[in-house]
Structure formats: structure tokens, C-alpha cells
Design a protein around this ligand. Structure first.
Ligand code: ADP
Ligand code: MG
Length: 523
């Protein structure tokens, strides 16, 4: 084959793929443009999971009539002129690619009016080509409407997830930006329903109350301001809100990071936050956190990725430790003291804390010790004869534990069973063992598709995040199969009518949230 330069429309569609991966990426770019334009109110509407319609309106500066068409050219931007500007980027956009990319793969309508202009401009594009241009009456600001995203990229359309999944991504994104810009009024309407609406009061606490619900937000505390500046380090400001140790989730999805007002993904900084909770949270539990890191723009390279979702720090270690220290200090100073960090004193009745601590130590030790305890992991099936007499009371059919016969010596603090076995002393955490019994029961019922659910005396209203709401709607079948009877009930609220019997002893809302957390992790 001969080498040719691709026709512009083909090149444009290929390039667009980098910026526009899914509906949420379109929403992200348009919100960033609105913020860059100084908007104080941003309204997002999505229908059909964003495949049918995405609309983002703002009251920002607007685009002047003579520049409207130019905005849709690739590498057309008002935010950067020289390559040196990259070192001090203060805007969210700068690549001049978003509008061109979005327009290339959709039917797009732009209505905009700049403050000093009398008439507004309406521009329609199809697959990147301008098809009409009119002068219209319009309020100051910009409204971008995208219909039929990916209509001309069938391959991408095929890879999009179910509407509810895309809705969840959009909801997560809009709530993150609402958190990062508490002074901006955000609203989100999905499938005709209002999913989020913030006041723009400037208070992060207010936004969290709206996003998480009042009760959850009340358990989050403001991060104490960073340590005094040091000459040898850049001025790194860390602020935001983090959850008290009592409030946690079973995955990291509620740890949101922003660098200079930009929502980013960063495994290392996420770890810095988790690390700050060391000994305060049980293994496998993660905090909720909204962490803003502000630092001089020359300290961070934002031009790493076409979607600008990742950044590179000039001094990553300094940023890591600034985040960890700020969060840690906040927790140590503000969180009511818990027995965990003070060590294990048997005279003190805080069994729960002690158990957490011990199970942590045990897990760490188990990893190192060369002891052949031959404990299988939950969910793994061992092909072995059940040891005689090891019936733990659970009618679990196949997956037997391979614990040997034990002689019970006694019990400590109503928490540990002390036993003697062929290889020495066994300490059995009663609570964990009980959980395991319930787990085996549940798995056995599940295998027979006979999960018993227990009705609540009165249906319980549970508040969810907008993104959890979308996840729930998508997972109703799975939840039902697991024994939850739950139905949507108003905006971001569900009614829980029944739950699996094995979870009936605890807090029903917690059980539902935990199940959603597991589903979110793909379990
Ligand atoms: P970038 O944001 O990287 O500059 P975009 O393609 O997103 O590139 O936008 C191109 C230009 O269009 C921007 O630089 C800005 O001048 C203008 N623009 C886009 N969206 C808006 C908006 N909502 N309000 C005002 N101007 C906008
Ligand atoms: Mg942009």
C-alpha cells in the first residue's frame, strides 16, 4: 500500500477518540469550558445516558460572534499562545481540542452571546461540518447541545455501556466538579429527573450535604490548613473535607482529588489519603474525602494526557507527604480519640477496637509467617474430606474449612476462643468466625437460588449519591437476587423493604450500601 495523508474528516474522528471516550468526557470538557469562562451557574442535562442528548448551559463570558466558528477548529484556543504558557496554566482547558473533537463525532448546536454583544449566535454542526449559522436572541453565556453522540463512529457506540452506567459516570463527574467549585451553582437533570442541584453558596459543607445527604456530611471534618511554608519546598496548600473514622466505605471511589481545581486520578495521592487513616480504619475500609491540592502551576505538568485526567508533579514526594500530613493531623486533632492507636490493654472494655487492631496485626503476620495453617480464603473451594466433627453449624454443602480438630481451652474477653490443635495454640476471633458462618450460609443459599430475605417492619428510606442511584437502578436484579427488596423513591432516595436474613441483625441501610459498594467493585 502507498503512504497517504488521511483525509481531514477521518483524521479528526480518530483524534476525537482520544478526548471523547464516552458521554461523561463530553460533559467534563463542557463543564471545564464553562468554568474557564467564569460561569457562576452551570446546568447539565443528559438523556439516554448521554447518547441521545447532552446539554450544558452556562452564564459565563460567551463567545463573540466573529469567533464562534473558530472555536471549532482543532487547536483553536483563547487560553494559550506560546509554548512557555504551558508552565503556568491557570485554566482547565488549553489544548483547543475539545469543541473540535466533540463536534467531529456528534450533531452539535452552539448558542452563545458575549456580554458586549446585542445578538447571540447559533451554530449547528454535523460531524464537524458547519451546517447552519443564525443570529438569535440569547442570554449571556453559552449553551452547547450534543445530539446523537458517536452517530458516525459506530465502533465507539458499540463499546458504550448501558444507559444507567453512563448516567452514573456523569453523576459522579458533575458532583465532583460541584465539590471543587462550591461557589458555582451546579444542576444536573438525568432522564428528566433532577439528580443534583447545589446552591453555589461557596461552602463545601453545603455541597457535601447536597451530594451525600446531611447525615453523612455531618461526619466529615475540614482538613486543617497545611504546615507553614518551607523555603526548600513549593507552597503546597491542602484543604477540603475528610470523613471521621466512623464513616467509611468498602472501596476508594469516594476519595476525590483536585489539583488546582482540576479533578484528577492519582493512585499515589489516593494512597496518601488512605495512609493517613492507618490504624484508624479496619483493613478493607476506605474513607470519604474531598481533597484539594493547590500549588504553583509551574510545579505541576497538566499536559500529560489528552483528557487531562492525570498530572505529573515536579516533586511528587513533597505533594504526597503534604497530603498525608494534612489529613493525618486533621484526624489526630479533630477526631475523637479511639482506643486503637493506644495499644491493646486488657483492662479496658473497648473490645471492638481491640478486635480491629488484632485482626490487622494477624493479617499482616499471616502474610509473613511460614506457618502452614492451610486456611483457605473465603469463596475458594478446597477439594478435601470434611474433617470429622468440624461441623460449624452451617449447612454449607461443599466448601469446608480445613481446620483440624481443636480442643477448646477457654474464652478470652467474650471475643476470642482459645483452642489447642495439632500444631499448637489457636485463637479464634468469634466475631469473624460468626461472620464466616453467615457468609457460608449465604453462599449456600445463593447456590440454590433460595436466598431468604426478611421484610422490614416499616420500609426504610435510604439516601444515596446520584451516582449510587444510577448504579442501583442498573443493579436492581442483582440486589433482588441477593435478597434485597428495594425500589427508587424520589430523588436519590430508595425504599428498602426487605434484606437478606443474614444481614437482618445489623443496620439495614449499611447492608444496602455495602452491597452497592461490592457491586461497584465488580463483585
Ligand atoms: P480549550 O478549552 O482547550 O481552549 P476548547 O475546544 O474546549 O479548547 O474551546 C475552544 C475555545 O472556545 C476556548 O478557548 C474558549 O475561548 C471558547 N469556549 C469554549 N467553550 C466556551 C464557553 N462555555 N464559554 C466561553 N467560551 C468558550
Ligand atoms: Mg476546553
Amino acid at each position: 500500500m502507498t503512504i497517504r495523508i488521511l483525509p481531514p474528516d477521518v483524521a479528526a474522528r480518530i483524534a476525537a477518540g482520544e478526548v471523547v471516550e464516552r458521554p461523561a468526557s463530553v460533559v467534563k470538557e463542557l463543564i471545564e469550558n464553562a468554568l474557564d469562562a467564569g460561569a457562576s451557574a452551570i446546568a447539565v442535562e443528559v438523556a439516554g445516558g448521554g447518547k441521545r442528548l447532552i446539554e450544558v448551559g452556562d452564564n459565563g463570558s460567551g463567545i463573540r460572534a466573529d469567533e464562534a466558528e473558530l472555536a471549532f477548529h482543532r487547536y483553536a484556543t483563547s487560553k494559550l499562545t506560546r509554548v512557555e504558557d504551558l508552565d503556568g496554566i491557570r485554566t482547565l482547558g488549553f489544548r483547543g481540542e475539545a469543541l473540535a473533537s466533540i463536534a467531529a463525532v456528534s450533531r452539535l448546536t452552539l448558542v452563545t452571546r458575549a456580554a458586549d454583544e446585542r445578538g447571540g449566535t447559533r451554530l449547528r454542526l454535523e460531524g464537524g461540518e458547519i451546517v447552519s449559522r443564525e443570529v438569535v436572541g440569547a442570554p449571556q453565556g453559552t449553551l452547547v447541545t450534543i445530539e446523537n453522540l458517536f452517530f458516525n463512529v459506530p465502533a465507539r457506540l458499540k463499546f458504550l455501556k448501558k444507559d444507567a452506567t453512563e448516567r452514573k459516570q456523569v453523576a459522579a463527574l458533575v458532583s465532583r466538579y460541584a465539590m471543587a467549585y462550591p461557589g458555582v451553582r451546579f444542576s444536573l437533570v438525568q432522564a428528566g429527573r433532577e439528580a443534583l442541584s447545589t446552591a453555589g453558596s461557596g461552602s463545601l459543607q453545603d455541597v457535601l450535604s447536597e451530594v451525600y445527604g446531611v447525615d453523612t456530611a455531618a461526619q466529615m471534618i475540614p482538613i486543617e490548613s497545611s504546615s507553614p511554608p518551607r523555603d526548600d519546598l513549593p507552597a503546597i496548600e491542602v484543604w477540603g473535607l475528610v470523613s471521621l473514622p466512623e464513616l467509611s466505605r468498602n472501596n476508594r471511589s469516594q476519595i476525590a482529588l483536585f489539583v488546582n481545581g482540576r479533578w484528577i486520578q492519582d493512585a499515589s495521592l489516593t494512597y496518601a489519603v488512605v495512609r493517613a487513616y492507618h490504624t484508624l480504619l479496619m483493613q478493607g475500609r476506605f474513607p470519604l474525602a474531598v481533597v484539594m491540592v493547590d500549588l504553583p502551576p509551574e510545579e505541576v505538568d497538566v499536559n500529560v494526557h489528552p483528557t487531562k485526567a492525570e498530572v505529573r508533579f515536579r516533586r511528587p514526594d513533597a505533594v504526597f507527604s503534604a497530603v498525608q500530613r494534612a489529613v493525618r493531623r486533621t484526624l489526630v486533632d479533630q477526631a475523637p480519640a479511639r482506643g486503637v492507636s493506644e495499644g491493646v490493654f486488657w483492662g479496658q472494655p473497648d473490645w471492638a477496637a481491640r478486635r480491629d487492631r488484632l485482626s490487622q496485626v494477624t493479617q499482616e503476620r499471616l502474610g509473613q509467617a511460614a506457618l502452614d495453617l492451610s486456611l483457605d480464603r473465603p469463596g475458594q473451594v478446597r477439594q478435601q474430606q470434611p474433617p470429622p466433627g468440624a461441623d460449624v453449624g452451617a449447612p454449607a454443602p461443599q466448601p469446608r474449612r480445613s481446620l483440624p480438630m481443636l480442643r477448646v481451652v477457654g474464652q478470652v474477653g467474650a471475643t476470642y476462643i482459645v483452642a489447642e490443635g495439632p500444631q499448637g495454640l489457636y485463637l479464634i476471633d468469634q466475631h469473624a468466625a460468626h461472620e464466616r458462618v453467615l457468609y457460608e450460609q449465604f453462599m449456600a443459599e445463593r447456590a440454590e437460588q433460595a436466598i431468604h430475605s426478611q421484610e422490614l417492619l416499616e420500609p426504610l428510606a435510604v439516601e444515596l449519591l446520584p451516582e449510587q442511584m444510577a448504579l442501583l437502578e442498573e443493579s436492581l436484579g442483582v440486589l433482588h437476587a441477593a435478597g434485597f427488596v428495594v425500589e427508587p423513591f424520589g430523588r436519590n432516595t430508595v425504599q428498602l423493604r426487605a434484606l437478606p436474613v443474614i444481614a437482618a441483625g445489623g443496620d439495614p441501610a449499611e447492608a444496602l450500601l455495602a452491597a452497592l459498594g461490592e457491586i461497584e467493585c465488580g463483585e
